[in-house]
Design a protein around this ligand. Structure first.
Ligand code: ADP
Ligand code: MG
Length: 582
């Protein structure tokens, strides 16, 4: 067959397949047009799961009589005029495809009266071909009536599910539009019965109550975040006690557009790390307000998929905002240092443990602690030349990313490094705190109001015994009555413990100290631990780069103050060996 340009009607039918996959997509497109027209009330009626009839009525600005016919043409839109407009979209529609696509696969009647006009008009098309048009007596706003959807493409009709299933997809689409636009009143009538109604009073929690019920809506926690760079997140997320077996309870909106974004979904789930049981998922309804230039909605005809130009920043904003409310309401338990394992599990991609009787070569394991902290006797003999230098200095590292919200992945001249962000930051903070104390300029903060802390007799004794050391760290105050202490100041930067809990922990540590040096070490380690970033905190690239640079500048970059390694090293030569490259 020779190559020919497709007949416009055939082309429209093909395009229609992408935009209007099923009745719910037609409903979504029509309602989005109403929203773009500034409607505050939108009524959606359907029959037979949308296959019999869909009618969307709005009180928006309407379409001028002369534009009615054009609205059904392909690529006809009033929303953008130039390519540059694509970079700053403020409307849901912009492709000029919905009306012609729906018209191509149904019998469509578009009736509208533009605001301020005396009279309205209508156009009717069948299979995309204009049949009738004329004047119409109608209120201001627009009504689109779609009948016999997909009647002229039996293949598509066959592919659709039952009427009930299509009806429930429509319900889902409408409820998500209502979640996206709480200030718009949405009414859905299916087979003559009201199936959904939102009040349109602007209260998102009230819409959530419509969707999930009062009990769930009441339990949801309010989320709010702003990164100070023009990106905001707001909405609701479930407390850890409320969860679901799948991810369908997470609804995400970007600039009011309901999106499917694995990245955003992951950011939300990341915030619940360690708070939900395996296999359980949170409920959330989150809105993201991003500079339009950072979002590309022009990825797919249905516009449900979006691309972000600042993915990392968006991820961090969402993860932090949600994590913030979750921890504020149920503090994350601190991981005790001893629960960290220092052993390397003998599984792929790690090398099998060395055969007994044969001296182990350090180079045999691709993954190795830095520095190897084996006792002298078991230290490998005959170490190959590719071993990491034993000196304390770190090579210059380039940050590649973050894994599990916990490990910074970096690259150096000799391979790949996994850095435990908490351990590394602890080391940095430990040396900073010690320096401050040594220079008699501790990082301290005064309390706005002195805090009375009840202490046991023993604790008061410890406090008296280590008074100087405590003062050197910025702990200030005085005894208060018989059994209490009036705390006035404490070391700065402690994020995860209230002042009284910090004091209690510190006194416990001091009670076991033998001499002032030991006492000061224990204090510095404790303050460092509580002021360091935690495992699970998602970090922005610059933050990780700054952390690695600071770690490079420390005196003992390889271990945290408790002696845990700050990093693991996968040496280039061992990687090559593991992958059979040499
Ligand atoms: P798009 O939404 O991408 O512009 P559509 O095919 O969905 O493309 O609609 C074409 C045009 O018809 C819109 O740009 C708009 O001017 C007009 N239109 C469609 N529906 C409505 C409505 N409910 N109210 C006002 N104008 C509408
Ligand atoms: Mg549209």
């Amino acid at each position: 067959m020779p190559i020919r340009i497709l007949d416009p009607q055939v082309a429209a039918k093909i395009a229609a397949g992408e935009v209007v996959e099923r009745p719910a997509s037609a409903v979504k497109e029509l309602a989005e047009n109403a929203l773009d027209a500034g409607a505050t009330r939108i009524t959606i009626e359907t029959q037979g799961g949308g296959l019999g009839l869909i009618r969307v009525t709005d009180d928006g600005q309407g379409i001028p009589v002369l534009d009615l016919e054009v609205a059904l043409e392909r690529h006809a839109t009033s929303k953008i005029t130039s390519e540059a407009d694509l970079d700053a979209l403020s409307t849901l529609g912009f492709r000029g495809e919905a009306l012609p696509s729906i018209a191509a696969v149904s019998r469509l009647t578009l009736t509208s009266r533009a605001r301020g006009q005396e009279q309205g008009a209508y156009v009717r098309a069948r299979g995309g071909v204009l049949e009738r048009q004329g004047a119409a007596g109608c209120p201001e706003g627009t009504t689109v009536l779609v009948q016999d959807l997909f009647a002229n493409i039996p293949a598509r009709r066959k592919f659709l599910r039952s009427e009930a299933s299509e009806a429930s997809r429509i319900h889902r689409a409408v409820s998500h539009l209502a979640l996206a636009f709480p200030a718009v009143r949405f009414q859905l009538i299916q087979n003559g019965k009201e199936a959904f109604l939102s009040s349109g009073d602007g209260d998102l929690r009230r819409v959530l109550a419509q969707v999930y019920g009062d009990e769930v809506a009441d339990a949801l926690l309010e989320v709010r975040g702003d990164d100070g760079e023009g990106r905001q997140v707001w909405g609701f997320a479930s407390p850890p006690s409320l969860h679901r077996a799948n991810r369908s309870g997470v609804s995400l909106f970007v600039n009011r557009r309901w999106v499917q974004s694995p990245m955003l979904l992951q950011a939300v789930e990341e915030a619940y790390r360690g708070l939900l049981m395996e296999g359980r998922h949170p409920l959330a309804c989150l809105h993201l307000g991003l500079p339009p230039g950072e979002v590309d909605a022009n990825v797919h005809p249905t516009k449900q998929e979006v691309r972000f130009s600042k993915e990392g920043a968006v991820f961090a904003l969402v993860q932090r905002a949600v994590r913030g409310v979750l921890t504020a309401q149920s503090p994350v338990p601190l991981v005790a240092p001893q629960s960290f394992s220092r052993s390397i599990p003998p599984m792929y991609p790690f090398s099998p443990p060395p055969q007994s009787g044969k001296p182990a070569a350090a180079g045999e394991s691709a993954l190795r602690l830095i520095p190897p902290r084996q006792p002298e006797a078991s230290r490998p003999v005959g170490t190959p030349g590719d071993q990491t230098p034993m000196s304390q200095a770190l090579p210059t590292l380039r940050v590649l990313g973050q894994a599990a919200g916990t490990y910074i992945i970096a690259e150096g001249p000799q391979g790949v490094y996994l850095i435990d962000q908490h351990a590394a930051h602890e080391r940095i903070r430990y040396e900073q705190v010690q320096r401050g104390v040594k220079e008699r300029q501790p990082e301290a903060q005064g309390l706005l109001e002195p805090l009375p802390v009840e202490l046991s007799h023993e604790q008061l004794q410890t406090l008296a015994a280590w008074k100087e050391v405590l003062a050197g760290f910025g702990f200030q105050g005085e005894p208060f009555g018989e059994r209490a202490y009036l705390l006035r100041g404490l070391p700065a930067g402690v994020k995860d413990l209230p002042p009284d809990a910090l004091l209690a922990e510190v006194l416990d540590l001091l009670s076991r100290a033998q001499d002032p040096t030991q006492a000061a070490d224990a204090l510095a380690a404790s303050v460092a631990c509580h002021s360091a970033v935690r495992a699970g905190d998602v970090l922005a690239h610059q933050e990780m780069a700054a952390l690695v640079r600071q770690l490079e500048a420390t005196e003992s970059p390889h271990t945290c103050p408790h002696g845990r390694p700050t990093m693991l090293h996968l040496s280039s030569s061992n990687l090559e060996r593991e992958f059979g490259r040499r």
